[in-house]
Write a protein that binds this ligand. Structure first.
Ligand code: DC
Length: 207
């Protein structure tokens, strides 16, 4: 069976948790596409390759490396993600993943709009910038890293602006995406909402 779930939205809205929860619930494979841009950004820095060559050289081993989740790498990722050649270099990998047998969940910024416009289920997961910054701030503090709330909020707003403002594949909800606003929802409620959307789309789906 081929069945693609496309999940888009800004950082720290709950996309990752929802995607992993859906993949587990339905037995689908999961790809966090942000890791492709993070690994590309890091490859540029470490190897001196140009951004396009770095994107073409990214493979599964790069996605499994530790240290991709830092704020510094997120910033690099957001920068290389604005380069059209980098985005183009990463399309085939994502589309192949999406159409694998057994079902797939992909989360990112442009999955429902550009990578998989034909996805069987689409969600746009969002939350206010303040709530997302608070979550990031709490995560940083919990992991023992120094952080100040104003600085984290500033980073969130800057990254949102770059991801929504770029000319190529900007972050936006597909017209047929179901909106899930997690500002005032706990993760269980958000996951339940997402599960019911996917269940609904799976009913009557064949092939
Ligand atoms: O989801 P994330 O925070 O790991 O993403 C890191 C950056 O990568 C994000 O700022 C924008 C970019 N990105 C993208 O442009 N398109 C995607 N499908 C996923 C991520």
């Amino acid at each position: 069976m081929r069945f693609t779930v496309a999940i888009d939205g800004p950082a720290a809205a709950g996309k990752g948790t929802i995607s992993r929860g859906l993949a587990k619930r339905f037995g689908f494979a999961h790809l966090d596409t942000g890791l492709l841009y993070r690994a590309t950004g890091r490859k540029v820095l470490e190897t001196g390759l140009g951004p396009e060559a770095a994107a073409l050289a990214v493979g599964p081993d790069d996605l499994a490396r530790v240290g991709l989740r830092t704020q510094a790498v997120a910033e690099l990722a957001s920068q290389v993600a604005a380069i059209p050649e980098v985005r183009a270099a990463l399309v085939a990998f994502q589309r192949d993943f999406a159409r694998r047998d057994g079902g797939a969940v992909l989360d990112g910024r442009d999955i429902g709009t550009v990578i998989c416009p034909e996805a069987e289920a689409k969600l746009f997961v969002t939350a206010s910038a303040e709530v997302r910054a608070q979550r990031r701030y709490d995560e940083l503090r919990l992991s023992g890293q120094a952080a100040d709330f104003a600085g984290v909020l500033d980073e969130v707003l800057k990254r949102d602006a770059r991801d929504t403002g770029r000319a190529d594949a900007p972050m936006r909800a597909a017209e047929d995406a179901v909106l899930v606003d997690t500002s005032e929802m706990d993760i269980d409620a958000a996951l339940k909402a997402a599960i019911s959307v996917v269940k609904n789309r799976l009913e009557g789906h064949s092939a």
